[in-house]
Design a protein around this ligand. Structure first.
Ligand code: T4K
Length: 374
């Protein structure tokens, strides 16, 4: 029997090869292929405008901006964070020689639960590193109030939150800094890439030094920097993709609406609706399987979809706190993280991208709507 065509959890926005070719020819002619080239500068300018942020510094992936933000803000001691994210979030804390302290999540947005932050603060705490998980804004107001009360820095891992706005304002302007990922699997991609959102010119300068080994000039190194620079080829990919990203977000929104309409009557399948006043980017479509109500466990549904050539993902299972490096930390105990533990065992991120056809969506929906079939 012939298998149905493969549907993956995501599919990258790809630049038109002819358009890319034109830019590649320009790069070839200039012979300038990295180190703050013309396309790099242009992409920074265009992204500031699109994202409504004052300063941006491009990076070669979404992990290095996290590492660099912690360095730039001279964070020390303990950093409060969420276990419900991609491992890069906590790894960035660890790589800076800092101690991650896990706090449980709020199941209504899968972000860190502000009600539980204060209990985790110690004299060694210097920062909070929340994640706008799936691009859903955290409770930024409460987080900032706590940070101000205790004199803590806030760095948002906004890897999923490209273009997300609340009440007409970019959520990327929250906190002390925010980071983005432009990985192939993201709403906006440069193949690999990322960025740091900065609020003032002096810090932007410092970040630009830090991502270039700390060089201020040919002979002066002002900080122990790293190599985090984005090259001209990826910047060119970004410039082209930026012209098509609104269309891609619109297509994702249509897919989300269809999922919601079809899955709302299915007992035991829960999902998020849009938040009032928020411009979402529909970067992921997580569903949460209540096995008792649904009549099938999350993993059974995950396998069933796989058997039908539909590759969903269980973002974010297992929890970061359960990995060997972190599981001995007192804050990693599952008892300390009841919501994150439950949600990680219920979640499936369904295929979500700009090229899902109606028949792809129907195939996925029909399989989920009939829990008793194999
Ligand atoms: N913070 C957060 C909250 C993050 O989610 C991430 C990354 C980061 C920080 C770090 O940013 P980066 O340093 O990565 O820029 C993916 C991504 O590798 C990762 O970027 C992402 N988060 C994470 C949530 O997901 P995998 O292991 O699931 O990717 P992979 O290779 O299995 O791809 C998933 C599916 O996407 C494939 O089944 C098919 C499709 N795909 C993938 C690639 C790479 C394509 O169609 N084309 C492609 O080129 O981790």
């Amino acid at each position: 029997m012939e298998k149905d065509n493969l549907i993956t959890v995501t599919s990258p926005l790809l630049p038109d090869p002819d358009e890319l070719n034109t830019l590649l020819r320009e790069i070839w002619a200039s012979k300038w292929i990295t180190n703050n080239g013309q396309f790099h500068q242009q992409l920074e300018t265009e992204l500031c405008r699109y994202l409504k942020v004052p300063y941006i510094s491009l990076f070669t992936n979404g992990t290095l901006p996290l590492l660099t933000a912690l360095q730039a803000l001279r964070i020390s001691g303990e950093v409060i964070t969420t276990p419900y994210s991609f491992v890069a979030t906590t790894h960035s804390i660890w790589w800076n020689g800092l101690k991650p302290v896990f706090v449980d999540i709020d199941p209504t947005n899968c972000g860190i639960d502000p009600d539980k932050i204060e209990a985790a603060i110690t004299p060694r705490t210097t920062a909070i590193l929340p994640v706008h998980c799936y691009g859903k804004p955290c409770d930024g107001k409460r987080i900032q109030q706590i940070a101000d009360k205790y004199g803590l820095k806030v760095i948002y891992d906004a890897a999923h939150a490209f273009g997300v706005e609340q009440d007409g304002q970019s959520i990327l302007n929250w906190g002390d800094m925010s980071t983005l990922s432009f990985h192939a699997t993201k709403v906006f991609n440069t193949a690999e890439g990322g960025a740091l959102i900065i609020h003032d010119e002096a810090t932007k300068k410092r970040i630009d030094y830090l991502k270039n080994f700390g060089f201020e000039s040919e002979t002066e190194v002002v900080a122990p920097g790293i190599n985090g620079k984005m090259d001209e080829i990826r910047s060119a990919i970004g410039l082209i993709n930026l012209r098509h990203v609104d269309q891609a977000i619109h297509a994702r929104q249509q897919a989300a609406l269809r999922y919601r309409e079809a899955l709302r009557p299915v007992k035991g399948i829960h999902f998020f609706d849009d938040m009032p006043g928020v411009r979402h980017n529909y970067s992921y479509f997580p569903i949460f399987v209540d096995a008792e109500q649904y009549g099938m466990t999350r993993d059974q549904l995950y396998e069933k979809l796989r058997n039908h050539n539909i590759y969903s993902r269980r973002y974010f299972y297992p929890l970061i706190s359960s990995f060997d490096t972190y599981k001995a930390l007192p804050s990693a105990a599952p008892d300390n993280l009841p919501n994150a533990t439950r949600i990680a065992n219920q979640v499936i991120c369904l295929p979500m991208h700009h090229q899902l056809s109606d028949s792809d969506l129907d195939r996925i929906i029909n399989l989920i709507a009939q829990p008793h079939t194999t």
